[in-house]
Design a protein around this ligand. Sequence first.
Ligand code: ACO
Length: 333
Amino acid sequence: MNPQAPAMPSRYSRITGTGSHLPPRRLSNADMAAMLAERGLETSDEWIVERTGIRARHFAAEGVNASDLALPAAQAALQAAGRTADDVDLIIVATSTPDMVFPSTACILQNRLGANGCAAFDLQAVCSGFVYALTVADSMIRAGTAKCALVVGAEVFSRILDFNDRTTCVLFGDGAGAVVLEASEEPGILATELHADGKHVGILCVPGTVSGGSVLGDPLLKMDGQAVFKLAVGVLDSAARAVLAKAGRTEADVDWLIPHQANIRIMQSTAKKLKLPPEKLVVTVDEHGNTSAASVPLALDAAVRSGRVQRGDTVLLEGVGGGFTWGAVLLDF
Ligand code: ACO
């Protein structure tokens, strides 16, 4: 073989390792209720559990950034894959809460991992970020431009929550999840599906920005919960059906459904529409809250490490979030 010849593009990409990290500070719903009471706001464990399925979330300590959560998640994924930073030739970090305006959190992570030199960039698709990032990494591996990608979702959403708005601040948490995605002759990722509709920008957003040395506009999360709920239920169903059709599979082939962990009612409705029994639905929203781009890789890693997701299982990942963005990835693990 001519060593100068370009590498043949791989037919598939495959997840070879997963990892995740949660900051140690865990707040139960009772803790949230006490925190809000200090601001004269009322909430309860009963209200939060009944409407969302959330029982607790983790918040990063002051000064802890997205890259600080991403680093141990990435290291755990590399270890699980039997790889080191030297093997990595692509880093994508999905985040809406980056360490800085620039450079990217991916570059900060790259330096801390010691994977300097490879391509590294952030991807911003809010709660669909990980599904978007996995799709981009899969495309780059199949095109022959990368062989060993680190795909990370990392968020410190606690930094953009309005703790005077009880309808949103109880929903979110901080964390990071990561996978190593490698070129493979065997599947792997079977099909991907991405969508966005920018006409819904206003229903879920952080409308502020940095301008002229100060914050312009409101830098805290705003959400029309009911509009988001309705849209999410519809697009998660259509994305699931589209990705299954693309891969030539049916709902009956799905061993595990790992949707974005926003709200148990949205997740159960998605499973029900796909006629999947509740035991095939991976749920971490109860303990993590909504960690935006980190939620899917956090849930995947939890399911892998607990022995539920096994090699060869067919897994349907789904994302939905601000933008509005949504998408799905079907894979054989
Ligand atoms: N504690 C107690 N009461 C509350 C709280 C709270 N934390 N928040 C709102 N309430 C009250 C409201 O004030 C209202 O009271 P009222 O009837 O006296 O006016 C009542 O509860 C009902 O409020 P709604 O907003 O109508 O409650 P709803 O049933 O729509 O639930 C929720 C709100 C949970 C946000 C729901 O709309 C939802 O889950 N939407 C999906 C949004 C989502 O999951 N977003 C995550 C990010 S987006 C994404 O990741 C896709």
